[in-house]
Design a protein around this ligand. Structure first.
Ligand code: ADP
Ligand code: MG
Length: 497
């Protein structure tokens, strides 16, 4: 991990990257921001469009309280200032998929002000990124260019869906930080439950603002690369755009403030249009909507409804459960994984009566090792796990009470995945119980020693490595079921002879 700032090496010296991200996150809500139309992804075109969304004359928007609640909960999770009074403005522009001729947004008085997000960029020191604001706005419809050779179709299903636009400060300094920011924000939104974070379906997309400067100099002119829809692409867009700007500047050119597009095939950016200055949109307060006033109780209820958030969870796993920061980060990256792990651990504590501090490490190892390997193979998330947390706890309890060794537990788990049977049923049916009985183990050892007198002599003569041979032979004689600790112990005694 390096504390040195990330720089781009040019032909005339080093350059620093400056990035600010504007993330659009679709609010998880059954209906749209100002209408009762449904928001489910994947419906047939134009089947989720109310008269408001189609901008029929005389229709009036009615604010969806659930969207306000989700925006406030998200603001609180970002440790941000909640504005008790906010209002909606019209952002006027013409586009085929925007039937109103304007988008309702919040320019002057956003619902959420300054906050911050802590990130852990790969290979760099952890860092805090400032949040400038979070505001609510409507999404536009979608122009469909590839359904007909000569015509463009318009699908208004998305028209009017609620978006949270979350604007970072220009605090990000490297592609890794940009990637970590999007990952941390996505994880936080999913914990809060205010956005599903599904970047492939477009429910979360980032506008990537990039400029370069000499280290420590004033900010340079930035470009904005629109609608980048994966963590990998955000990182690639930062990298490619910064490199392009350095090349332009070193060749004696200047950067123009413009909107660009990311080309995923070439992993580069290209110009889209030169950016219209903000006043071109003729923003003005929407006369159809009253200001939004939040009561203290409403904000307090929002705060009380938040789950334990990733940063707090991570430090609890380290401090109270004794897990490593790495394991804690892996287990808390997704809320579903953390919930699953906690359900497993609680059940394991209940079954064994042992303290969580003692069980957390083996449980964590099992989840991130055995379970993740199976999930990778079966190709689902933890919500599609073939075993339940309780089923896993039953298995790990059998390890904790030494009914099963680690390697027997692996076999039992494989059988659980294959058959769907419980660990106890498999252990009974297949006789996979570990043998700790010294009588049986001593008998096996006696047989092995009798057949290998030459090796005993070598061992006693100083060839220590042979101990492994005796362990292996004994385990084989016991069909892999002997308790390895007991085998080691009894062999040492027997060989000391
Ligand atoms: P606008 O209102 O034109 O969209 P903002 O000042 O609100 O501009 O900034 C939009 C985004 O651009 C923010 O995320 C901000 O952090 C980022 N940004 C602003 N200046 C720069 C810069 N010089 N380099 C990189 N990003 C910047
Ligand atoms: Mg903007």
């Amino acid at each position: 991990m390096s504390d040195a700032p990330f720089t781009i090496r040019g032909t005339t010296g080093d350059w620093e990257i400056v990035v600010g991200l504007e993330v659009h996150a679709q609010v998880t809500a059954k209906s749209k921001l100002f209408s009762g139309a449904a928001t489910a992804f994947g419906a047939a075109p134009n089947t989720q469009v109310s008269l408001v969304d189609a901008a029929m004359p005389g229709m009036l928007p009615v604010l969806n309280g659930e969207c306000v609640r989700q925006a406030v909960r998200t603001g609180l999770a970002l440790d941000a200032e909640i504005h008790r009074i906010s209002r909606f403005d019209r952002k006027n522009y013409f586009y085929a998929d925007l039937p109103q001729g304007y988008q309702i947004s919040q320019l002057y008085h956003p619902i959420v002000g300054e906050g911050h997000l802590d990130i852990e960029p790969e290979g760099e020191a952890p860092k805090r990124v400032g949040i400038e604001r979070l505001h609510l706005e409507q999404d536009a419809g979608k122009s469909v260019h590839d359904a007909h050779p000569a015509m463009t179709f318009v699908d208004l299903n998305r028209s009017g869906c609620a978006l949270m636009e979350i604007v970072s400060k220009p605090d990000i300094r490297s592609p890794a930080q940009a990637g970590a920011y999007v990952r941390a924000l996505r994880s936080l939104l999913r914990y809060v439950g205010s956005c599903d974070g599904n970047m492939e379906e477009g429910s979360m997309r980032a506008d990537v603002n990039v400029s370069v400067r000499r280290p420590g100099a004033a900010f340079g002119t930035r470009t904005e690369t629109k609608n980048v829809n994966s963590v990998r692409f955000v990182m690639a867009a930062v990298e490619a755009e910064a490199r392009r700007q350095v090349d332009v500047l070193e060749a004696g050119g200047t950067i123009v403030q413009e909107t660009r597009l990311f080309d995923p095939d070439r992993m580069t950016t290209r110009p889209m249009r030169s950016k219209a200055a903000a006043h071109d949109y003729r923003y003005f307060p929407d006369p159809d909507l009253l200001p939004v006033e939040l009561s203290e109780t409403f904000v307090a209820d929002c705060a009380a409804s938040l789950p334990e958030l990733p940063v707090a969870k991570r430090s609890r796993y380290v401090e109270a459960l004794g897990l490593t920061p790495y394991d804690a980060a892996v287990l808390t990256a997704e809320r579903e994984t953390a919930d699953w792990f906690e359900a497993l651990l609680a059940d394991l504590v209940r079954r064994t009566g042992k303290p969580a501090t003692e069980l957390a490490k083996p449980a964590s190892n099992w989840v991130t090792g055995e379970l993740f390997a199976v999930l990778k193979r079966t190709g689902g998330g933890i919500e599609a796990s073939p075993v339940s947390p309780e089923g896993a706890a039953e298995l790990l309890a059998l390890v904790a009470d030494r009914t099963l060794s680690g390697s027997l537990a692996k076999q039992v788990f494989e059988a659980m995945v294959e058959t769907g049977d419980s660990a106890a049923a498999i252990v009974d049916a297949r006789g996979l119980r570990q043998v700790s009985d010294t009588g049986a183990i001593d008998a096996a050892i006696a047989g092995i020693l009798a057949a290998n007198t030459d090796k005993i002599a070598e061992y006693r003569g100083g060839k220590d490595k042979l101990f492994g041979f005796f362990v292996g032979q004994t385990m084989r004689a016991m069909a892999g079921k002997a308790d390895p600790a007991v085998v080691n112990d009894r062999l040492k005694t027997a060989l000391a002879g």
